[in-house]
Design a protein around this ligand. Structure first.
Ligand code: FA5
Length: 333
């Protein structure tokens, strides 16, 4: 068998020499004839089992060395890999799987927190009628308070109604109440748009989460209690909030609410307060526009900037990074 094996290797070498290196088809035929699974070398290997153990040792060595040499003729590793390439037991290459964007992560956490306090989730359209974005929220046309929101108007042809990219999530308060009766506890996450100059903390496209609670006997302490619980849930038990008087046409009284937590203090070298939301008691006119009797029911509402929460959570110092679509940014979270 030794002689036959050596002859076979010699024959394979000779034949390979006569194959042009550019003729890949001929090379593949040669590989299949000698090195293939049913090739001449594999066939001869089947007779190894009939040999004595001393012969097996000697012939096995010649066999392995010869086979390796032939594989190297094909380009060493490349030749060897051709056999490996059909090994069905090799684990596949795992496809790259993305993950949830950091702003969506914050949104999910906040929604979960409020759902835990008994709130339902509502949604509304991003392209909105001016009626919901402004009029029903006690912001009449031509009233200076409309200028608080730099609005993108949508050119939509024939209809006489103004159509806007919603400037806040507040219009969903009105939409949601079209088919609801108090008591309600709603949370509205969503994307909003403003035609404003961008900087490190302002984008033209950003995310808010709206809250609306209407019931009998609701007052400012309820607003404070719910928001304090939410902020403690997000940033720990030693988190504080503070209310500053502010004006929003759809609430009375209205507040800006700042949060103070260890995370923010550490990030800003001791700066205490970060503004994150607007809030207040729902204005009686807005309650009427919802079909709710303001003499019977009262309520509170708030609108929180989710981008700012994400920036606080991760120490991101420029909001614009969130919207670059850049993988180096997104992969950090
Ligand atoms: C509003 O949008 C009101 N609708 C909030 C509200 C709801 C008040 C219900 C009362 C009752 P404001 O314009 O302040 O308010 O925006 C709310 C939050 O959105 C801000 O505190 C801030 O966190 C965030 N925000 C506002 N403008 C931008 C911007 N350009 N880029 C990123 N975040 C912003």
């Amino acid at each position: 068998m030794k002689k036959e094996l050596l002859q076979l290797f010699e024959q394979a070498r000779e034949e390979f020499k006569n194959t042009a290196s550019s003729d890949t088809k001929a090379q593949e035929q040669w590989r299949s004839l000698y090195l293939g699974r049913k090739g001449k070398i594999s066939e001869m290997a089947k007779h190894m089992k009939d040999l004595s153990s001393a012969e097996k040792k000697e012939i096995g060595k010649i066999f392995n060395e010869g086979k390796k040499e032939l594989e190297q003729l094909l380009g060493g590793e490349v030749g060897a890999q051709k056999e490996v390439a059909i090994d069905m037991t090799i684990p596949g290459v795992a496809p790259a799987i993305g993950h949830v964007h950091p702003i969506t992560q914050v949104m999910d956490t906040v929604v979960e927190l409020f759902v835990g306090m008994g709130f339902d989730v509502a949604e509304g359209p991003e392209v909105e009628l001016s009626k919901y974005n402004f009029d029903l929220l006690n912001i009449p046309k031509d009233h200076p308070s409309r200028d608080m929101w730099d609005t993108f108007y949508v050119n939509h042809g024939s209809s006489s109604e103004d159509v806007v990219m919603r400037t806040h999530t507040s219009p969903v308060q009105l939409r949601a109440m079209e088919d609801k009766e108090p008591p309600v506890r709603l949370i509205v996450p969503g994307r909003v748009f403003r035609n404003e100059a961008t900087d490190a903390s302002h984008e033209t496209n950003f995310y808010q989460i709206e809250g609306l609670v209407i019931d009998k006997g609701i007052g400012v302490p309820d607003l404070v209690g719910v928001l304090q619980a939410a902020m403690k849930g997000l940033y720990g038990d030693d988190t504080e909030i503070r209310l500053r008087p502010s004006f929003f046409p759809f609430v009375e009284p209205g507040f800006e609410i700042d949060v103070s937590c260890k995370l923010w203090e550490a990030k800003t070298n001791g700066k205490k307060w970060l503004e994150i939301l607007g809030a207040g008691m729902v204005h009686p006119t807005v309650l009427k526009n919802m079909g709710v009797d303001p003499n019977e029911y009262t309520g509170f509402a708030f609108g929180m900037g989710l981008d700012r929460l994400m920036m606080l959570n991760h120490g991101v110092d420029d909001i614009r990074l969130s919207y670059t679509g850049g993988l180096p940014f997104v992969r950090q979270f």
